[in-house]
Write a protein that binds this ligand. Structure first.
Ligand SMILES: *Cc1c(COP(=O)(O)O)cnc(C)c1O
Length: 385
């Protein structure tokens, strides 16, 4: 449960203090890594701290889960072994055979694969909508729609969906709105306050922030939904371990300062790219001509660190840019302090090739880190050749 005493605090303060209560035994100011599977009972059923087995609950994981709930403004936070483990738990909690889901036409490749190749085998139907267009979302609804899934900004095309508008559509359809908030982080965007029911995170990305851990999270606006999810988290078992929980908690303490720098650096990089002769298109919601710019400005604090761009010369040219980059490390993933570059068509989004989610071959995606902006601009300039 989120700690009510943090509700009046500003984001930066909550990021550092929510869940991070001093250890009752030693006064350690950081929650210890409770690397333990089971807990001594004082007589059968006599639990000292409420813990009986670490799949069901572990104090280090609890610290992270309380922190997550406080940051997203939810009633319950849950931490998982990966973002996809969190998504799997969410889908198997909310959906039954015969139910229908609306999924976005631009999304993390693994999310699409989970729907198309795994969940659909259990009789869950799905259709694709352009969630940046409310009419497209309405048109995709069926009487059996139980979930509308939104990713904003989306991966890798940086599309923007108006969360409040889609929340209204979901409410009138009797469906739940799920928002994957990985690209923005709760510092930049708070979907629950805009009417979403559940927020999903890959903690691997900005939350962890240092490319050193894989993790996932669900945060529920409603206590009863949170309780259902917690029941399934324990029943299915893909929990975050104590060390992984600890290292994510550590990363979150600097989330606000990191996100400010990610956004500042990305703004400078996007500006350079728009003026570069070899770049044909820059996809960044901070650019005034981005189709989702006004909505992003309304629902986000700033525009984040993710940019995609298209280059003259097609797929081969895009691959060459990725190969020539030096300071931008060629690799999958995003959201770490170090800058990364990748070719979505051949890397992160290879699993959606041939589907409605296929991405352009001339597309390059960068995760702009928090290094010195001039060094980043110089590296991209030499990589573009
Ligand atoms: C990485 C990612 C996921 C999946 O998370 P994992 O931690 O890799 O399982 C889901 N959604 C988005 C937007 C992502 O970037």
């Amino acid at each position: 449960m989120s700690d009510d005493s943090h509700e009046h605090q500003s984001f930066e303060t909550r990021a550092i203090h929510a869940g991070n209560t001093a250890d009752p035994l030693t006064g350690a100011v950081v929650p210890p890594i409770y690397q333990v599977s089971t807990y001594k009972q004082d007589g059968v059923g006599g639990l000292r701290g409420g813990y009986e087995y670490s799949r069901s609950g572990n104090p280090t994981r609890t610290a992270l889960e309380e922190n997550l709930a406080a940051l997203e403004g939810g009633r319950r936070g849950l931490a998982f072994a990966s973002g996809l483990a969190a998504e799997d738990c969410l889908l198997r909690t909310l959906l039954s055979p015969g139910d229908h889901v609306v999924i976005p036409n631009d999304a993390y490749g693994g999310t699409f694969r989970l729907f198309a190749k795994v969940v659909s085998r259990w009789g869950v139907e799905w259709s694709v909508a352009d969630t940046s267009d409310p009419a497209s979302v309405r048109a995709a609804l069926t009487p059996k729609t139980k979930v509308i899934w939104v990713e904003t900004p989306s991966n890798p095309l940086l599309g923007i969906t108006d969360i409040a508008v889609v929340a209204d559509i979901a409410r009138s359809a009797g469906a739940k709105l799920v928002v994957d908030n990985t690209f923005a982080s709760p510092y930049l965007q708070q979907p629950l306050a805009l009417g979403a029911d559940v927020v999903v995170h890959s903690l691997t990305k900005y939350m962890g922030g240092h490319s050193d851990v894989v993790g996932g999270a669900l945060i529920a606006a409603d206590a009863a939904v949170g309780e259902e999810l917690a029941y399934h988290q324990n029943a299915m078992g893909a929990v975050a371990g104590p060390f992984d929980s600890w290292i994510v908690l550590r990363g979150i303490k600097t989330l606000a300062v990191r996100m400010d720098r990610h956004s500042d650096n990305a703004t400078k990089v996007a500006d350079m790219l728009t003026r570069h002769p070899k770049v044909t298109k820059v996809l960044y919601p901070g650019l005034p001509d981005h189709p989702g710019h006004d909505i992003a400005a309304k629902q986000m604090r700033s525009f984040g660190g993710m940019i995609s761009f298209q280059v003259a010369g097609g797929e081969e040219a895009a691959v060459e840019v990725c190969n020539r980059a030096k300071l931008f490390t060629l690799g999958e993933s995003l959201g770490g302090v170090e800058s990364l570059i990748e070719h979505p068509g051949r890397m992160t989004h290879a699993s959606v090739a041939g589907s409605v989610l296929e991405v352009p071959g001339d597309l390059v995606r960068i995760s702009v880190g928090i290094e010195n902006a001039d060094d980043l601009l110089a590296d991209l300039t030499q990589a573009l050749g």
